[in-house]
Design a protein around this ligand. Structure first.
Ligand SMILES: Nc1ncnc2c1ncn2[C@@H]1O[C@H](COP(=O)(O)OP(=O)(O)OP(=O)(O)O)[C@@H](O)[C@H]1O
Ligand SMILES: [Mg+2]
Length: 449
């Protein structure tokens, strides 16, 4: 154990100068609902009016929100419902015309993309002690359980169906919209808010006329924010999130401009501002500058790429691993890899993992997809002596890709540990039976492009 004297000589790391950039990070999180919203007064009023019949014992109007990502759809509904619930709490019980609890249920229809899964989730949110099978019963059986649980708990619902376009919602919307007054007890309501990034959702025929006429929704379109609106959103949030004076004057306008270029996306602008703050901390400086926003942009791009790569199939990740391995071990004078070399490497790794080896055409297709995703740059080159090949270059931060994507997969982690070791280094180790050396074997390889 260290003696008191030894301890005394070291300054506690928290006593050292930490750049104080943020004062409250929570307000930057996507779930945070600010006290006031910028530039959405008209929308808020429309939504309030649509929900307000419940205050006099009536039914809320169903809503469909359409707008590009980051235009405030989620925050607006959260804001209005929060205000409503707050208002109801303050109201004296004598004046109240609502005789039920109101439950706010949010479902992401990309994750829960069948009618049964959505109903199952709603039932569980009302009462998580109910045991019902996840599958195996008719859809109507699940609807009947839902009406039962609503009636026994005597609860009204606001159901937010986010990313509604990711499922066939006809059956769901039809039954939910017809339940009031028929299937559920008098005085209870189900208010539906369907949200989509597809600005043509209601007009492109995805929802049957019969369903639309039963739902009769009020459609609210969220227009993109312009740079001034985004600046206001950022300024409002920065007051709560950042220590006063740490943001250089150019920072907020730059983040706002980037969001405005990207279809008026407030999420992108906010995320850029937050990442810029973290970059400044990493550089151990006390002020967030324009250059930190630019670095933040690159970081966010890489993170977005990582999210896309995570969803790629196994073979695609394995192929990427081969490209990375070959790329790091290439001769210094080589500016690019050839398809054939990557394919030979792929065969070695596949055999080591005892996995099926895909044919050259499939591999060429996967390379072209990685190219499309901007993970690699792989233009086809027909000028060489050996026919068509791709010139494969890699421009992504390799270590981050390995640490965030490849090691998530048990099989690929095996390979990574063999060739890079436990701590991933910039240079992998050559292991003879796992390394295809383009130099030695050139000429023998399979010809593909
Ligand atoms: N008018 C506004 N005032 C203040 N903050 C806002 C406003 N609009 C959006 N934001 C903030 O911008 C971010 C993105 O907004 P939100 O999540 O509501 O977008 P969205 O339209 O639901 O996007 P997506 O379609 O991708 O889900 C959130 O952090 C939100 O708090
Ligand atoms: Mg949203």
């Amino acid at each position: 154990m260290a003696s008191k004297g030894e301890k005394g000589n070291k300054t506690n790391i928290f006593k050292q100068d930490i750049p104080m950039i943020f004062k409250n990070l929570e307000v930057m999180s996507p779930q945070y609902v600010p006290d006031t919203l910028v530039a959405r007064d008209n929308v808020i009023t429309e939504v309030r009016n649509a929900l307000s019949p419940i205050l006099i014992g009536g039914y809320p109007r169903h809503l469909v929100f359409q707008g590009k990502s980051g235009t405030g759809k989620t925050v607006v509904i959260n804001y209005v419902v929060n205000q409503l619930l707050e208002y109801l709490k303050e109201e004296t019980t004598d004046d109240r015309k609502i005789n039920s609890d109101i439950l706010y249920v949010e479902i992401n229809c990309e994750e829960r993309n069948t009618t049964i899964r959505v109903i199952y989730d709603i039932i569980q949110k009302i009462d998580d002690t109910i045991e019902i099978p996840v599958v195996g019963m008719a859809t109507s059986w699940y609807f009947d359980r839902l009406w039962d649980v609503i009636n026994t708990h005597h609860v009204s619902l606001f159901i937010i169906l986010d990313e509604i376009d990711k499922m066939d919602a006809n059956n769901l919307l039809y039954n939910l919209s017809r339940a009031q007054n028929r299937k559920i007890d008098k005085g209870l309501f189900i208010g539906i808010v369907a949200i989509t990034n597809n600005t043509r959702y209601l007009t492109e025929g995805r929802i049957d006329a019969r369903v639309l006429s039963s739902l009769n929704p009020l459609s609210i379109v969220f227009s993109p924010y312009d740079a001034d609106m985004l600046r206001e959103i950022l300024e409002q949030r920065a007051v709560d999130a950042f220590v006063p004076g740490v943001l250089d004057d150019l920072v907020i306008p730059l983040c706002a401009a980037r969001g405005a270029n990207e279809h008026g996306d407030a999420r992108l602008s906010l995320s850029l501002l937050e990442t810029a703050g973290h970059v400044a901390i990493q550089h151990n400086v006390k002020k967030v500058l324009e250059e930190h926003v630019k670095e933040a942009e690159k970081k966010n791009e890489v993170n977005a790429m990582i999210d896309v790569l995570k969803k790629q199939p196994f073979q695609s990740k394995l192929l990427l691993l081969c490209v990375i391995y070959q790329w790091q071990l290439r001769e210094p004078e080589e500016n690019y890899l050839r398809t054939g070399d990557v394919y030979e490497q792929y065969k070695l790794f596949s055999m080591e993992l005892e996995k099926e080896v895909l044919g050259p055409t499939r591999i060429s297709g996967l390379l072209s997809e990685l190219d499309y995703l901007n993970v690699i740059d792989a233009p086809v080159d027909s000028s060489g002596e050996r026919g068509r090949t791709r010139k494969i270059m890699i421009s992504i931060p390799v270590r981050e890709i390995i640490e965030n994507i490849i090691v998530d997969d048990d099989l690929l982690r095996d390979i990574v540990e063999k060739v890079w070791g436990k701590t991933i280094t910039d240079n992998p180790i050559k292991i003879p039976n796992l390394y295809y050396s383009p130099k030695k074997k050139r000429g023998k390889q399979t010809h593909i492009h």
